[in-house]
Design a protein around this ligand. Structure first.
Ligand SMILES: [Ca+2]
Length: 379
């Protein structure tokens, strides 16, 4: 995502895209109808100051992270008082801030992903007891210095294998000037896979794809990513879905089967989506996106979501739900055997959609950076 000059750039971006793309968009819509997979509404369930990430918590709760550094629990009356506050340890310049949160299995630990005062990507762990964060148990699991202020990635999720996956962008600037995406000797531009409680500060799973390669970092699960801002595992199948924000032309969704052993090369910065980037050559092992879209009216910064596995909206089950920060239309993909077999538009707009959160019951929440937290409900 790219909220660098948020208040002005978004307005400018929307105006720019609108002016450039009016004719193109309407032509596309006529030629490629995007039927709704289900009839839904967005129900506002809370407001926050720049909600940016969230996670299903203990006892059916939903925890929401605010970009400036607070974590609050969603209740019947909206968000409660902060249960964690690291606002004096992070900044919100550039694309920085508190960027991701996750619980491990059985809610034994809570993890936060943020940029510290130096801009260094940092993953910290807290023990959780009786549903509460134990502040005195805090420890740092992993850090990664950042050469530029943007493309920090920051999402963290536990996979069905119980390991912690960490998304890191290519380090920033534009066009990946350091070549981090294709360089296996850096954690930048990657999805990492670690066992946070298996060692100090963490352990490397023995079956990580590059553990036997002396020229590659052992933490790497997948590479060739620009800014994998939001990713998720399908709670039904275990498949991995990554929303990788494009440079200037192509936004993409990447997919890997639950059976994957990792090591996928998603192409950046040789490729942007299915297209050679700045004269790049397609790597022989390039895994192309399962879906890409251009910026002719459909947005400018993909926000990866979740495959819906809840009960409230039967028609939506099995559809991947995602959006775009610049055009908050909530969209769907039906993916079967690694290929898109249907796509749609749910006919609702979440605003500046920065993230989705999957509740413990499988229902999905839409976070708009402007402050609104909505649940996707059956119409
Ligand atoms: Ca790619």
């Amino acid at each position: 995502m790219k909220f660098r000059t948020r208040s002005t750039a978004i307005i400018g971006t929307i105006c720019l895209i609108g002016s450039l793309a009016l004719g193109q968009a309407s032509a596309d819509e006529r030629s490629a109808p995007r039927p709704a997979a289900a009839e839904v509404v967005l129900t506002e369930v809370g407001t926050a100051l720049n909600p940016i990430a969230g996670a299903a918590g203990p006892d059916g709760t939903v925890w929401i992270a605010e970009r400036a550094g607070t974590v609050r629990v969603l209740g019947d009356q909206g968000l409660g008082e902060p249960v964690l506050d690291i606002s004096d340890e992070t900044t919100t310049d550039g694309e920085r801030g508190l960027l991701g949160v996750a619980f491990d299995k059985d809610f034994a630990h809570f993890y936060i992903s943020f940029t510290n005062l130096e801009g260094t990507s940092t993953i910290d762990e807290f023990a959780v007891r009786d549903g509460a964060i134990q502040q005195d148990t805090r420890r740092t699991v992993l850090t990664q210095t950042q050469p530029f202020e943007n493309h920090n990635g920051g999402d963290i999720k536990f996979g069905p294998d119980g390991y912690l996956y960490i998304a890191l962008g290519d380090g920033g600037s534009g066009g990946d000037p350091q070549g981090n995406g294709q360089n296996l000797d850096t954690l930048l531009g990657k999805i990492l896979r670690i066992d946070p409680t298996g060692g100090e500060p963490y352990a490397i799973p023995a079956d990580n794809p590059f553990v036997d390669d002396p020229n590659a970092k052992d933490e790497i699960w997948a590479y060739g990513l620009r800014n994998p801002w939001r990713f998720s595992f399908d709670s039904g199948t275990g498949d991995l879905l990554i929303g990788d924000v494009g440079q200037s032309e192509w936004e993409e969704i990447d997919w890997a089967s639950a059976n994957s052993g990792g090591g996928e090369n998603y192409g950046w910065a040789s490729m942007e989506g299915n297209h050679p980037f700045r004269g790049g050559t397609e790597p022989a092992n390039h895994v192309p996106p399962v879906h890409e879209y251009d910026r002719n009216g459909l947005g400018c910064s993909v926000t990866g979501g979740f495959v819906y596995r809840g009960d409230a909206i039967p028609d939506l089950r099995g559809h991947y739900v995602y959006s775009d920060y610049c055009d908050g239309t909530v969209r769907t993909l039906k993916i079967e055997n690694g290929a898109v077999t249907g796509q749609g538009d749910l006919g609702v707009n979440g605003g500046e959609v920065i993230s989705f959160v999957q509740g413990g019951d499988g229902e999905l929440y839409v976070l708009a950076l402007g402050g609104t937290i909505s649940r996707i409900d059956a119409a």
